[in-house]
Design a protein around this ligand. Structure first.
Ligand SMILES: Cc1cc2nc3c(=O)[nH]c(=O)nc-3n(C[C@H](O)[C@H](O)[C@H](O)COP(=O)(O)O)c2cc1C
Length: 321
């Protein structure tokens, strides 16, 4: 059974390629938000085994000291066509440590769902369209993660204000909402819309613990939403990247080479998506510093509390002269 009471606020620090290291995951769980990472970040099944062991050890130590430790989440590809062997090896390792939560991307999550349910794990599938949400539900997932416009990484294009209520018409289960949220007011808005968990990526990149370059973190502090380009030119699939990181890598954001196909960008030698061109979403405009994860979570909790009393719109409107 997942102990949801260990969450201090209904937030998940998103799984992010390269960025989500062991430190970020453990710091997130200790701060009371779901800590997540892509199974590809540890690079090999042996290292994945080591990470999961370390997370379980950190959990035990925290609980022994009387603290709380939020559930952790492993992110894996669901698609059966892609890296079948790698995926099977990762799933076997995740099974060994009985990960409480799994977030699947792309394809059919049925195989992962069946596996996870054997040890009591819960599976959320990441979707950007209504059709994909319907298919994931048919495959038996426990919950959905709706990735909306303005998100970092492989963002969606739909507004949460229409996407979430449309999904709620046929799905009453748990929904995670992602895209452009970086403060407690955004969390309150997401809950008001009908979300159960808010997922934040960009906010958690700019933390002391995250595993990316310091220059990436600082770029989020100095960038605005207008600096985010949603393009397929960098990764071969549409994703949000920071224009200043393109310029830093010698690319012209207004004149990017067209990709050769899906997952096949046509970048000059040595320029790597995610590694030398960095991702961030619209909420980069809300990032002003690079604090610890605990500080971010404390701030979010405080803002969420104050956001619960809605703005006095009547007073604001009557003040117009
Ligand atoms: C640098 C970066 C890497 C990401 N890598 C992954 C990934 O490996 N798997 C995944 O499911 N989502 C990935 N995402 C997307 C996040 O899980 C999440 O949907 C997104 O960051 C939410 O939007 P926000 O950045 O506006 O908070 C990534 C996002 C960023 C910014």
């Amino acid at each position: 059974m997942i102990n949801w009471n260990s969450l201090s606020i209904p937030v998940m620090a998103a799984p992010m390629f390269i960025v989500s290291n062991l430190n970020l995951v453990v710091a997130s769980c200790r701060a009371g938000v779901i800590g997540a990472f892509p199974s590809a970040n540890p690079r090999s099944p042996e290292t994945l085994d080591g990470w999961l062991h370390a997370i379980r050890e950190a959990e035990k130590e925290t609980l022994d000291q009387g603290g709380a430790f939020a559930p952790f989440c492993v992110n894996m590809l669901a698609s059966s066509a892609l890296d079948k062997e790698k995926r099977a090896a990762a799933l076997a390792t995740v099974r060994k440590h009985e990960a409480p939560l799994i977030l699947t991307n792309m394809g059919d999550p049925r195989e992962v769902v069946d596996g996870a349910h054997e040890w009591g794990g819960k599976v959320f599938h990441d979707v950007t369209t209504l059709r994909h949400a319907e298919k994931a539900i048919e495959a038996g997932v426990d919950g959905l993660m709706l990735v909306c416009a303005g998100a970092g990484g492989h963002a969606g294009t739909l507004s949460p204000f229409s996407f979430l209520p449309r999904v709620r018409k046929f799905f009453d289960g748990p929904i995670m909402l992602a895209g452009g949220i970086a403060d407690g007011h955004g969390v309150a808005a997401a809950l008001a819309l009908g979300a159960d968990i808010v997922v934040m990526g960009t906010r958690f990149i700019a933390t002391a613990e995250s595993g990316t370059f310091d220059d990436h973190k600082e770029m989020l502090v100095s960038s605005n939403s207008e600096d985010v380009l949603f393009t397929d030119a960098i990764a071969g699939l549409p994703a949000s990247f920071l224009k200043p990181s393109m310029i830093r890598a010698g690319l012209d954001p207004d004149n990017l080479p067209a990709p050769l196909g899906q997952h096949r960008p046509n970048l000059p030698e040595g320029i790597k998506p995610w590694k030398s061109v960095w991702s961030g979403g619209h909420s980069t405009a809300l990032i002003e510093d690079v604090p610890s994860v605990q500080t971010v979570v404390d701030r979010l909790a405080k803002e969420l509390d104050s956001a619960r009393s809605p703005r006095d719109w009547r007073r604001a409107l009557t003040a117009i002269r």
